[in-house]
Design a protein around this ligand. Structure first.
Ligand code: FES
Length: 167
């Protein structure tokens, strides 16, 4: 091998090694910089407030602030839900979205039922369908109590299906 060919050969080897080192450093750096922008993350539990906000057997519409981050952006959105306390102290929380086609419903003290104004679905205190086209009971949301504070795991579910399916 002549001197010039040997130099060319070693030059190519060095360039290839440099390229591999560059890739080895560049890919993780790129992932660190780019991946967060592709991910949308929401805080799982939202603090609702003191437990005494919740009334015995009388659903109340409450709000939580959901924090989420999408890439480098952080945002807060307000979401509502319905909740009441059972005589044994268990807190029941429902998504505020009717399981038929997604309208907002409300609790009627006079009727002791949840009423959806869009197509007249009616649900009892436990969320069971009593009348109307709703294909399943109201969607429950997990709750937890820490000290005297209530937390809810806010989620949304697809409307119009016989089974609860998270969006
Ligand atoms: S959306 Fe509630 S009954 Fe249709």
């Amino acid at each position: 091998m002549s001197e010039i060919n040997r130099r060319g050969f070693f030059g190519k080897i060095i360039a290839a090694i440099s390229g591999l080192i560059g890739l080895g450093l560049g890919i993780p750096l790129l992932g660190y910089a780019v991946l967060p922008t592709l991910r949308k993350r929401e805080e799982p539990w939202s603090e609702v407030g003191p437990l005494d906000l919740i009334e015995l057997n009388r659903p109340k519409e409450l709000e939580v602030v959901r924090s989420s981050s999408s890439g480098w952006m952080k945002s807060n959105t307000v979401r509502s839900f319905w909740a009441y306390k059972k005589p044994d102290g268990e807190v029941v929380a429902f998504s505020p979205i009717c399981t038929h086609l997604g309208c907002g419903y409300r609790w009627s003290d006079a009727d002791q039922q949840f009423l959806c104004p869009c197509h007249n679905s009616v649900f009892d205190l436990e969320g069971k369908v009593l009348a109307g086209p709703a294909p399943r009971p109201l969607d429950t949301l997990p709750t937890k109590i820490e000290g005297d504070r209530l937390f809810v795991l806010y989620q949304e579910f697809k409307a119009g299906l016989p089974k609860k399916e998270a969006i």
